[in-house]
Ligand binder design. Structure first.
Ligand SMILES: [Zn+2]
Length: 158
């Protein structure tokens, strides 16, 4: 239902199977407390987001498990990669290290809305401190090292 390259648009799928998706959402929420480690938790939290709405994070929260997120800069279209191994996270151009590296400005928990707020709430409810910290980077403000476009990470996917 979160797939953007399926036979039907996500919005159409959500409308058509609304009742089933609501039931799946309850199942997804019920499974979060049983996460065995942070990686397991990230995938369970992503399932909660995917069954809730058309959030850009419905398929991308797993970047936290991979410790990196690839995206095209909305300013110059260069392919960028956000590395989440460090805190704060770093952003570099995918195939040209010579442009350098920028540092992400983490989001403040109180500034999060929608699915970002929901994901953060799950990390606090289930005491996933390390995931919570990385979420604030993932949902933060990045600067493109090539063109210096600055914006929230989610703007790269809208
Ligand atoms: Zn750029």
């Amino acid at each position: 239902m979160a797939s953007t390259d399926g036979p039907e648009a996500p919005a159409a799928v959500r409308a058509k199977y609304a009742e089933t998706i609501r039931a799946l959402h309850e199942v997804a929420e019920g499974l979060v407390p049983f996460a065995t480690d942070d990686t397991d938790f990230i995938y369970r939290a992503q399932a909660v987001l995917a069954t809730a709405s058309d959030s850009v994070w419905a398929t991308r929260l797993e970047a936290l498990a991979n410790q990196e997120l690839e995206f095209a800069c909305p300013g110059c279209d260069e392919q960028l990669v956000m590395g989440l191994e460090t805190s704060p996270a770093l952003v570099k151009q995918f195939d040209d290290a010579s442009v350098g590296v920028t540092t992400v400005a983490p989001s403040a928990p109180g500034q999060l809305t929608g699915s970002e707020a929901r994901a953060y709430e799950l990390t606090t409810t289930y005491r996933r401190a390390q995931v919570a910290k990385q979420l604030l980077d993932l949902f933060g403000i990045f600067e493109c090292p090539a063109c210096h476009f600055t914006g929230r990470t989610s703007t790269a996917f809208s």
